[in-house]
Design a protein around this ligand. Structure first.
Ligand code: FMN
Length: 205
Protein backbone atom coordinates (compact mmCIF):
# COMPACT_ATOMS: atom_id res chain seq x y z
CA UNK A 1 0.00 0.00 0.00
CA UNK A 2 1.44 3.40 -0.92
CA UNK A 3 1.41 6.28 1.57
CA UNK A 4 -1.56 8.07 0.01
CA UNK A 5 -3.71 4.92 0.14
CA UNK A 6 -2.59 4.36 3.72
CA UNK A 7 -3.78 7.76 4.94
CA UNK A 8 -7.06 7.40 3.05
CA UNK A 9 -7.60 3.99 4.64
CA UNK A 10 -6.54 4.84 8.22
CA UNK A 11 -9.38 5.28 10.68
CA UNK A 12 -9.53 5.02 14.45
CA UNK A 13 -10.00 1.44 15.63
CA UNK A 14 -11.80 0.98 18.94
CA UNK A 15 -12.50 -2.76 18.76
CA UNK A 16 -9.60 -5.21 18.71
CA UNK A 17 -9.22 -9.00 18.50
CA UNK A 18 -7.46 -10.92 21.30
CA UNK A 19 -4.39 -11.52 19.09
CA UNK A 20 -1.14 -10.26 20.61
CA UNK A 21 1.41 -8.19 18.70
CA UNK A 22 4.71 -9.77 17.72
CA UNK A 23 7.89 -8.42 19.29
CA UNK A 24 8.95 -7.14 15.85
CA UNK A 25 5.71 -5.19 15.51
CA UNK A 26 6.18 -3.55 18.92
CA UNK A 27 9.78 -2.64 18.10
CA UNK A 28 8.77 -1.21 14.69
CA UNK A 29 6.07 0.95 16.30
CA UNK A 30 8.44 2.38 18.90
CA UNK A 31 11.18 2.84 16.31
CA UNK A 32 8.82 4.97 14.21
CA UNK A 33 8.01 7.15 17.23
CA UNK A 34 11.72 7.67 17.87
CA UNK A 35 12.22 8.65 14.22
CA UNK A 36 9.67 11.50 14.38
CA UNK A 37 10.88 15.07 13.79
CA UNK A 38 11.05 17.46 16.75
CA UNK A 39 11.79 21.14 17.30
CA UNK A 40 15.57 21.69 17.32
CA UNK A 41 15.84 17.90 17.42
CA UNK A 42 15.33 18.08 21.19
CA UNK A 43 13.18 14.92 21.32
CA UNK A 44 11.52 15.77 24.67
CA UNK A 45 9.38 12.62 24.63
CA UNK A 46 9.36 9.29 26.49
CA UNK A 47 7.20 6.30 25.57
CA UNK A 48 5.83 3.67 27.94
CA UNK A 49 4.75 0.48 26.15
CA UNK A 50 2.13 -1.42 28.14
CA UNK A 51 0.99 -4.95 27.30
CA UNK A 52 0.05 -6.14 30.79
CA UNK A 53 -3.73 -6.80 30.76
CA UNK A 54 -4.28 -5.52 34.30
CA UNK A 55 -2.48 -2.25 33.53
CA UNK A 56 -4.40 -1.87 30.24
CA UNK A 57 -7.61 -2.29 32.22
CA UNK A 58 -6.48 0.40 34.69
CA UNK A 59 -5.46 2.73 31.84
CA UNK A 60 -8.97 2.32 30.40
CA UNK A 61 -10.24 4.05 33.57
CA UNK A 62 -7.86 7.00 33.25
CA UNK A 63 -10.65 9.36 32.22
CA UNK A 64 -14.41 9.53 32.39
CA UNK A 65 -15.05 8.68 28.74
CA UNK A 66 -13.18 7.81 25.58
CA UNK A 67 -10.56 5.56 27.22
CA UNK A 68 -12.51 2.30 27.68
CA UNK A 69 -11.22 0.94 24.37
CA UNK A 70 -7.72 0.58 25.89
CA UNK A 71 -8.93 -2.47 27.88
CA UNK A 72 -9.35 -4.46 24.65
CA UNK A 73 -6.07 -3.36 23.02
CA UNK A 74 -2.99 -5.57 22.76
CA UNK A 75 -0.65 -2.65 23.39
CA UNK A 76 -0.92 0.89 24.73
CA UNK A 77 1.88 3.35 24.09
CA UNK A 78 1.73 6.15 26.64
CA UNK A 79 3.30 9.26 25.11
CA UNK A 80 4.87 11.66 27.59
CA UNK A 81 6.91 14.80 27.05
CA UNK A 82 9.03 17.20 29.11
CA UNK A 83 8.26 20.96 28.74
CA UNK A 84 11.64 21.80 30.31
CA UNK A 85 13.46 20.19 27.39
CA UNK A 86 11.70 22.04 24.59
CA UNK A 87 9.04 24.71 24.10
CA UNK A 88 7.62 22.58 21.27
CA UNK A 89 6.89 19.73 23.68
CA UNK A 90 3.21 19.33 22.75
CA UNK A 91 3.84 19.43 18.99
CA UNK A 92 6.78 17.01 19.23
CA UNK A 93 4.79 14.47 21.23
CA UNK A 94 1.74 14.82 18.96
CA UNK A 95 3.85 14.19 15.85
CA UNK A 96 5.48 11.12 17.45
CA UNK A 97 2.01 9.81 18.38
CA UNK A 98 0.86 10.33 14.80
CA UNK A 99 3.91 8.45 13.51
CA UNK A 100 2.90 5.52 15.75
CA UNK A 101 -0.64 5.55 14.32
CA UNK A 102 0.57 5.65 10.71
CA UNK A 103 3.12 2.89 11.38
CA UNK A 104 0.35 0.80 12.97
CA UNK A 105 -1.77 1.16 9.84
CA UNK A 106 1.21 0.16 7.68
CA UNK A 107 1.50 -3.01 9.80
CA UNK A 108 -2.23 -3.56 9.15
CA UNK A 109 -2.94 -2.91 12.83
CA UNK A 110 -5.68 -0.69 14.20
CA UNK A 111 -5.03 2.19 16.58
CA UNK A 112 -6.80 4.93 18.45
CA UNK A 113 -5.55 8.12 20.09
CA UNK A 114 -6.80 8.55 23.65
CA UNK A 115 -6.42 12.11 24.86
CA UNK A 116 -5.10 12.56 28.41
CA UNK A 117 -3.98 16.14 29.07
CA UNK A 118 -6.45 18.16 31.18
CA UNK A 119 -8.81 15.23 31.69
CA UNK A 120 -10.07 13.59 34.91
CA UNK A 121 -10.98 10.11 36.14
CA UNK A 122 -14.53 9.32 37.29
CA UNK A 123 -13.28 10.01 40.86
CA UNK A 124 -12.11 13.49 39.89
CA UNK A 125 -8.39 12.61 39.89
CA UNK A 126 -6.29 14.36 37.26
CA UNK A 127 -5.79 11.77 34.47
CA UNK A 128 -2.08 12.55 34.14
CA UNK A 129 -1.51 12.04 37.89
CA UNK A 130 -3.46 8.75 37.75
CA UNK A 131 -1.31 7.45 34.87
CA UNK A 132 1.94 8.78 36.41
CA UNK A 133 1.21 6.84 39.60
CA UNK A 134 0.19 3.68 37.75
CA UNK A 135 3.28 3.61 35.51
CA UNK A 136 5.86 5.33 37.71
CA UNK A 137 6.24 8.29 35.34
CA UNK A 138 8.29 11.21 36.78
CA UNK A 139 6.44 14.45 37.56
CA UNK A 140 8.20 16.54 34.89
CA UNK A 141 6.85 14.24 32.16
CA UNK A 142 3.49 15.49 30.90
CA UNK A 143 1.23 12.69 29.66
CA UNK A 144 -0.08 13.81 26.27
CA UNK A 145 -1.96 10.77 25.06
CA UNK A 146 -2.18 7.00 24.92
CA UNK A 147 -2.11 5.25 21.56
CA UNK A 148 -4.06 1.99 21.86
CA UNK A 149 -3.04 -0.60 19.27
CA UNK A 150 -4.16 -4.08 18.27
CA UNK A 151 -5.46 -6.24 15.45
CA UNK A 152 -8.65 -4.76 14.02
CA UNK A 153 -11.85 -6.60 14.99
CA UNK A 154 -13.61 -4.90 12.08
CA UNK A 155 -12.22 -3.27 8.97
CA UNK A 156 -13.14 0.38 8.60
CA UNK A 157 -14.19 1.91 5.29
CA UNK A 158 -11.71 4.25 3.62
CA UNK A 159 -12.33 8.01 3.94
CA UNK A 160 -14.71 9.57 1.40
CA UNK A 161 -12.64 12.03 -0.60
CA UNK A 162 -15.75 13.89 -1.82
CA UNK A 163 -16.50 14.83 1.81
CA UNK A 164 -13.21 16.67 2.40
CA UNK A 165 -13.64 20.24 3.62
CA UNK A 166 -11.91 22.03 0.77
CA UNK A 167 -13.61 25.28 1.86
CA UNK A 168 -11.03 25.37 4.67
CA UNK A 169 -8.21 25.68 2.14
CA UNK A 170 -7.16 29.10 0.88
CA UNK A 171 -4.97 30.04 -2.04
CA UNK A 172 -2.39 32.79 -1.39
CA UNK A 173 -4.46 34.45 1.35
CA UNK A 174 -7.72 34.04 3.24
CA UNK A 175 -10.44 35.80 1.25
CA UNK A 176 -12.51 38.53 2.95
CA UNK A 177 -16.30 38.74 2.25
CA UNK A 178 -15.46 41.69 -0.06
CA UNK A 179 -12.99 39.51 -1.99
CA UNK A 180 -15.68 36.84 -2.35
CA UNK A 181 -18.20 39.45 -3.61
CA UNK A 182 -15.63 40.79 -6.11
CA UNK A 183 -14.89 37.26 -7.31
CA UNK A 184 -18.63 36.80 -7.93
CA UNK A 185 -18.82 40.11 -9.86
CA UNK A 186 -15.75 39.10 -11.91
CA UNK A 187 -17.31 35.73 -12.67
CA UNK A 188 -20.60 37.39 -13.78
CA UNK A 189 -18.72 39.90 -15.97
CA UNK A 190 -16.71 37.11 -17.51
CA UNK A 191 -19.89 35.21 -18.21
CA UNK A 192 -21.59 38.20 -19.90
CA UNK A 193 -18.39 38.99 -21.85
CA UNK A 194 -18.28 35.41 -23.03
CA UNK A 195 -21.98 35.58 -24.03
CA UNK A 196 -21.36 38.82 -26.01
CA UNK A 197 -18.30 37.37 -27.70
CA UNK A 198 -20.30 34.28 -28.59
CA UNK A 199 -23.00 36.48 -30.14
CA UNK A 200 -20.35 38.40 -32.18
CA UNK A 201 -18.90 35.17 -33.50
CA UNK A 202 -22.36 33.88 -34.40
CA UNK A 203 -23.25 37.14 -36.23
CA UNK A 204 -19.99 36.99 -38.23
CA UNK A 205 -20.51 33.44 -39.34
C1 FMN B 1 -6.00 14.97 19.75
C2 FMN B 1 -6.94 13.80 19.61
C3 FMN B 1 -7.62 13.33 20.71
C4 FMN B 1 -8.45 12.22 20.61
N1 FMN B 1 -9.01 11.69 21.72
C5 FMN B 1 -9.74 10.55 21.64
C6 FMN B 1 -10.20 9.91 22.81
O1 FMN B 1 -9.94 10.31 23.92
N2 FMN B 1 -10.94 8.77 22.66
C7 FMN B 1 -11.26 8.25 21.42
O2 FMN B 1 -11.94 7.23 21.36
N3 FMN B 1 -10.80 8.84 20.29
C8 FMN B 1 -10.04 9.96 20.37
N4 FMN B 1 -9.51 10.52 19.23
C9 FMN B 1 -9.82 9.94 17.92
C10 FMN B 1 -10.76 10.86 17.14
O3 FMN B 1 -12.06 10.77 17.70
C11 FMN B 1 -10.74 10.46 15.66
O4 FMN B 1 -9.43 10.58 15.16
C12 FMN B 1 -11.68 11.31 14.83
O5 FMN B 1 -13.02 11.10 15.21
C13 FMN B 1 -11.54 11.03 13.35
O6 FMN B 1 -11.81 9.69 13.09
P1 FMN B 1 -10.74 8.75 12.36
O7 FMN B 1 -9.51 8.70 13.22
O8 FMN B 1 -11.43 7.43 12.25
O9 FMN B 1 -10.42 9.36 11.02
C14 FMN B 1 -8.65 11.61 19.34
C15 FMN B 1 -7.95 12.09 18.23
C16 FMN B 1 -7.09 13.14 18.36
C17 FMN B 1 -6.29 13.58 17.16
Amino acid sequence: MNFQDLIIKRHSTRRFTDEKLSQDEVVTLIQSALLAPSGRHRRPWQFVAVEDKEKLQKLSLSKTSGAQLIAGAALAIVVTTDPLISDTWVEDAAIAATYIQLQAEDLKLGSCWVHVRERQTADGINSEDYIRKLLNIPLQQQVICIIAIGHKAVETAPAKLDELEWEKVHIDHVKTPEDAAQALIDACQLESMTAERKKEVEQKS
